[in-house]
Design a protein around this ligand. Sequence first.
Ligand code: ADP
Length: 250
Amino acid sequence: TYQMFFTPVFEQNIVCGMVILMFDVSEKHRSEQIRREFSANVSHELKTPLTTIFGYSQIITNGIAKPEDVKGFAAKIEKESARLITLIDDIIALSNLEENGPAAQKENVSLKAVAAEVLESLEAQAAKRDILLTLAGGDTQVVANRRQMHELIFNLCDNALKYNKDGGSVTVTLSNNMLCVADTGIGIPPDSIDRLFERFYRVDKSHSKKVNGTGLGLSIVKHIVQSSGAEISVKSTLGEGSTFTVVFHQ
Ligand code: ADP
């Protein structure tokens, strides 16, 4: 998309020419559109849990709720509040990355150490569903922001766990300049692969509703990948599992 400006050139009060200025505004236009969509999505995503919280708390404060129901309503309020906290944390993480993602302090990071930390933090959750977590291969040494690397690996492993089947497995493999997170989960339909990294995109809203999430995890991953000079790709077979591969060009 181009924006054009026309300026006549005068010589002794007579128009003798025309200067045409053309500006490429497509990038600007697109980023404004993304921003608008993001605000609309954020408002919607924040309002849904808040409406539930407001509804249940009104029933309780008005004294309409039967005493035996109060505990259940309070549990719903707790669950929706937890969802709001996760959502706000993700929105803050995303906006921090946009503001100063590439400028974040970098150091030598061993992805093996970070991946080991991440898998340990997910161990209890995995054990509950009999899912095996494995760290394989060698190590990937990168110059990057350690916290961002933790967030990147955590988001990929957390998804690999969330969208897995009971008794399945998650394998993180590291090699020279590559990190792979493979799962034996539900897989991703081919027509959704291109949209995975969009903000708030979730493959199957009805299924995803049962699995906690905000639809922002992979947008955060994409930002980190971009600001670390890396690339990410996805291979998936529906019903069999998915593999996310990050290649570092360092
Ligand atoms: P969410 O918070 O919903 O997990 P993400 O941005 O991390 O959001 O992921 C977007 C969507 O991509 C998820 O809702 C899910 O439908 C799909 N997805 C992500 N990772 C996997 C995976 N390993 N296996 C299957 N589906 C996945």
